[in-house]
Design a protein around this ligand. Structure first.
Ligand code: RIB
Ligand code: CA
Length: 308
């Protein structure tokens, strides 16, 4: 049997964002993956800013992974932006370059998946707009993507963008509905688990000596201030790195299959992930939901990988 030393191909679809930046660093520094592309999507901030921020992170990593900019606005609703990341989306980072927007994200997602059928995991850590557009353009795609590993939604936790919706889903509920109602395999990291796993500055201090230490401390100091101001939580909420880490060490995770649908019609529930939690009756589970993550493994591996 011919063994291959080919690294598993992945795409990171993202709206940097401080936690996105940590997720990108974790995946690339791990050297465990053939990172085919960073595809950017409007979310935390506008497409030009998220794309500039992606360039900043790749330059810090001295990485030649290509950046393909994507959708500039949601499928239907008016755009919303986040507050916790600051005006440019990466407060504390010294953004000096304006990355040229090539609007190629959707085409490149389709190309990469078709060139590597059933092998590509897409790490979806912003709104699902690019993914939905790719599924609309190529209806076969959900069958040939290996899996989507998504940060989004809530199961029982309150929303972080309004009372019931999580930000990524709230940004583009129609896109999320297309993705969740497709037959693609989804691993979902909702707010529920990540809310209780912030990282603290003293843990980031363990990066001292790494050339990424100073920029990470600067970004995380600003991020933590933003979180405390707008979400009253102590520490850096590591939503996106906790999705990325699933690909690094799935053994650190417990998952449960659930039936999850996205509300697109509700006056008070627009963007809510509606979960069938009844313990009786017929179920049509469409999502593997992360219900616990080994925090010690995550923090230890995060520090080890970023320092490597
Ligand atoms: O709700 C958390 C999500 O929204 C994260 O992906 C964060 O980066 C923001 O985009
Ligand atoms: Ca994000």
């Amino acid at each position: 049997m011919k063994t291959t030393n080919k690294l598993p191909p992945i795409i990171i679809d993202t709206d940097p964002g401080h936690d996105d930046a940590m997720a990108i660093m974790l995946l690339i520094k791990s050297k465990l993956f053939d990172v085919k592309a960073i595809t950017t999507v409007a979310g935390n901030v506008k497409i030009q800013d998220v794309t500039n921020n992606a360039r900043y992170v790749l330059d810090l990593l001295e990485s030649d992974v290509p950046i393909y900019s994507g959708e500039t606005r949601p499928l239907k609703r008016q755009p919303v932006i986040a507050q916790v990341h600051g005006n440019g989306g990466l407060a504390g980072a010294n953004i000096t370059k304006t990355e040229k927007l090539n609007h190629e994200a959707v085409n490149q997602i389709i190309r990469i998946v078709r060139e590597n059928p059933h092998e590509v995991s897409i790490v979806v850590i912003g709104p699902e707009t690019n993914i939905a557009r790719a599924f609309i353009k190529d209806p076969e795609l959900p069958k040939i993507v290996k899996q989507l590993v998504i940060m989004g939604g809530t199961i029982e936790a309150p929303g972080n963008k309004g009372s019931v919706a999580e930000f990524n889903i709230f940004c583009d509920p129609e896109a999320a509905k297309i993705v969740f109602d497709s037959e693609v395999k989804i691993i979902l990291n909702p707010l529920d688990v990540a809310n209780h796993m912030p990282m603290f500055l003293e843990e980031f201090e363990k990066l001292k000596g790494s050339k990424l230490y100073q920029p990470i401390i600067s970004m995380m100091t600003h991020f933590i201030k933003g979180i405390e101001k707008f979400e009253l939580t102590k520490g850096a909420l590591m939503y996106d790195p906790l999705v990325a880490y699933y690909l690094v060490n799935p053994k650190a995770y417990k998952l449960t299959n659930m039936e999850v649908h996205v509300e697109t019609k509700g006056e008070y529930t627009y963007g809510m992930t509606v979960v069938d939690r009844r313990t009786w009756g017929e179920k049509n589970p469409n999502v593997s939901v992360i219900t616990s993550i080994d925090r010690k493994s995550f923090v230890n591996d995060f520090v080890k990988i970023i320092r490597s």
